[in-house]
Design a protein around this ligand. Structure first.
Ligand code: ATP
Ligand code: MG
Length: 254
């Protein structure tokens, strides 16, 4: 059973007037098969947590530990993390001009699996995954995210998730900007991966509507750079009704 353990994680970014601490001691353990929803106000550091786990160079870890099955994740390069089974679906997926979706997926799968997938089975795998996500096959020949609508970018993130089958999936606001049908299609994709029981999911979201499709085992309130409270699925409803005010003491987090 894969386990991601985050302990007392502190992360800073380089701001104009020197380093600014964004994560102020995050503790979180995610086991394979579990789904953790993280909810919290804008600017509280949720994406910073996601990027820090994936190894984005903009974020400097100043304290704490992150391990995957006891292995030090913070020591790993971005590629090594992906190979170890850490996957990030970004809040704002980036365009990769000059690289087609089909090449991008094959390169990623080769890197993560350690060998190039056999061409015949691979083509079929991609086609089926795209069909299930109701993506036009024409997307395979387009450049990654170039000119994609917001919802199309999110579908492309989940396409990667389905093909790469990570141990730990970090989904940063995968639900934002989706119409009701797309939300269902994307949630079904996430659930197909979850049903394998082999992935631990960290689902960052602002809305309880995605939690109707993807049932979390745990809900965490993220405020001021750390987890302020943890509970079960019912905590999400409480947050929707009452907001975050009681967690954001002393006002501005941003
Ligand atoms: N280079 C930087 N300089 C100064 N502040 C920064 C920099 N990069 C990030 N921050 C700040 O870090 C804080 C956390 O940002 P982050 O994107 O992690 O928030 P979030 O919880 O994901 O918010 P949202 O819900 O809006 O996506 C924000 O206040 C942001 O302005
Ligand atoms: Mg964010």
């Amino acid at each position: 059973m894969a386990t991601l353990e985050i302990h007392d994680l502190h992360v800073s970014v380089e701001a104009e007037n020197g380093p600014r601490e964004i994560l102020k001691g995050v503790d979180l353990t995610i086991k394979q098969g579990e789904t953790h929803a993280v909810m919290g106000p804008n600017g509280s550091g949720k994406s910073t947590l996601a990027y820090s786990l994936a190894g984005h160079p903009k974020y400097t870890v100043t304290g704490g530990t992150v391990t995957l099955d006891g292995e030090d994740v913070l020591e790993m390069s971005v590629d090594e993390r992906a190979r170890a089974g850490v996957f990030l679906a970004m809040q704002y997926p980036v365009e990769v001009p000059g690289v087609s979706v089909s090449n991008f997926l094959r390169t990623s799968a080769t890197a993560v699996r350690g060998e190039a997938p056999k061409l015949r089975t691979w083509v079929k795998e991609v086609r089926e995954a795209m069909e299930q996500l109701q993506m036009d096959p024409a997307f395979a020949e387009r450049n990654v995210n170039e000119g994609f609508s917001g919802g199309e970018k999110k579908r492309h993130e989940i396409l990667q998730l389905e093909l790469l089958k990570p141990k730990i999936a970090i989904l940063d606001e995968t639900d934002s900007g989706l119409d009701v049908d797309a939300l269902r299609v994307v949630s079904e994709g996430v659930n197909r991966v979850r049903e394998s029981g082999e992935v631990g999911t960290l689902l960052i979201t602002h809305y309880t509507r995605i939690l109707r499709y993807i049932k979390p085992d745990f809900v965490h309130v993220f405020a001021n750079g750390r987890i302020a409270e943890s509970g079960g699925a019912e905590l999400a409803d409480k947050l929707e009704n009452e907001g975050y005010e009681s967690y954001v003491k002393g006002g501005a987090s941003a």
